[in-house]
Write a protein that binds this ligand. Structure first.
Ligand code: FES
Length: 169
């Protein structure tokens, strides 16, 4: 009787051991995957989405390129990323900040980048062109106009937020 009891006990021991080890291994594999999937979503959105980019009085009617850096977090990877915008004062005095990222395949556009097309943004990759307003020139590769940065002005400083596609794009 005590021998039978010992056999059952040994079987139970093996069951417990295998279940425990298996569960531990499964948890060890699943936990990082689950965390990877949901962790960024659980992070609080940065309130500081707007960054100081320029003093308003240095912004002219001619598009100028301004660069700034942001801290970017992709899952656990943190890095410093340089952002750019073409910024100018429109005729009504309002400020327009355009993304320099071409809407064709993502090259960087520059103001008056091609002397054949003055007063336009030019993308050297496939000769994409945009008017000063950032609208794409029909017949060139970009299908839509340049994205526009959200902006706000505080104490004479221009702050830029996220670049967003223009309406209808
Ligand atoms: S990437 Fe700009 S025209 Fe193609």
């Amino acid at each position: 009787m005590s021998e039978k009891k010992q056999q059952v006990s040994r079987r139970q021991f093996l069951n417990y051991t295998l279940t425990g080890v298996g569960g531990f291994m499964a948890a060890g594999m699943l936990a990082p995957m689950v965390r990877f999937a949901i962790d960024p979503a659980l992070q609080p959105q940065s309130k500081g989405d707007f960054k100081a980019v320029a003093q308003v009085d240095e912004i002219t009617n001619e598009p100028q390129r301004f660069d700034w850096t942001i801290d970017q977090t992709d899952a656990w990877y943190e890095s410093e990323v340089t952002k750019s915008a073409w910024v100018y004062k429109q005729e009504d005095g309002s400020i327009l900040a355009l993304s320099p990222v071409c809407k064709h395949l993502g090259c960087v556009v520059s103001w008056q980048g091609n002397s054949d097309y003055p007063e336009q943004f030019f993308c050297p990759c496939h000769d994409g062109r945009y008017y000063k307003s950032g609208e794409n020139v029909e017949g060139t590769p970009p299908p839509v106009g340049l994205d526009i940065y959200e902006h706000k002005i505080e104490d004479g400083t221009l702050y830029l937020g996220k670049a967003k596609p223009r309406e209808g794009a």
